[in-house]
Design a protein. Sequence first.
Length: 225
Amino acid sequence: MMSSFVSIAIDGPAAAGKSTVAKIVAKKLGYVYIDTGAMYRAFTYAVIKAGLDPKNEEQACSLVGKVSIELTEDGCVLCNGEDVSKPIRGNEVSSNVSYIASYKTIRLELIKLQRELASHQNVVMDGRDIGSYVLPDAQVKVFQVASVETRAKRRYDENLAKGIQTSLEEVAENVRQRDYIDSHRDFDPLVKDKDAIELDTSNLNIEESAAAVLEIVAKKLGEKQ
């Protein structure tokens, strides 16, 4: 049975600005924002902290059921009670998160949590597979894209603002690597769902991107009433 709550799914490749846009959209609508990427990053952090190899599926999956991830109302990410909001944005996690996100056992564990969060409240959820797999019945599905150059510059600027030192070239290579891994994984790869509306934000700033998504939301929800 379809939930009476509204779900807005914003998917797309790494560093497309989904999280920032989703936060703005959620705040404007009074919905709960759920950053699924932060969940995979937190699990990646837990794997690295445990001294395990993120590229080794068996090792990484050995932590399933042993990692507690919580997203707080004020935007913090907790991993086993530790505030990991900053370290999960560092280069070590960024370089390994797509491997962790490619493992079916881990994906199913986190998808269960994501579906639970959307089952009892209005949400704006962003990620790679929200409209295509996590919330296939979402009332609104947006597939947000941008050029590699644009995405790399955005992530580079975000890192600088957070005090994370990386070169633009390093970030661009990381974006390309994540694109390949995300779109080529065997289980639940990054795809544009047939019901999703594509939004290219290469030439839009954050405010314009959020306004475009809100326009899509108003139109789609208006159609359903």
